[in-house]
Design a protein around this ligand. Sequence first.
Ligand code: ZN
Length: 93
Amino acid sequence: MMNNMGKRCGVHKISTVLAVVGGINWGLVGLGQLIGGADWNIVHLVLGSMPTIESVIYVLVGISAVVLCFGCKCKKCMAAGASMGGSMPSSNM
Ligand SMILES: [Zn+2]
């Protein structure tokens, strides 16, 4: 799955990393709550002292997920998506 990342543009790569980070972070938030109200929100632990930057990270993660859902429309990603079918076969519009 990751072997076609070299053909993707920087925006797509950063989006993938941010979406993964957001997913893992969200998983940790849920786990921490289940285990006993622990705050395992890494983004909050690292950037909690800078609320604005923390919020910006969340927004960037959201934008990244949207980019991955609809696919980056740049030439590089269109070429890579056409040859690989993308990670989501239904998003070949
Ligand atoms: Zn792209």
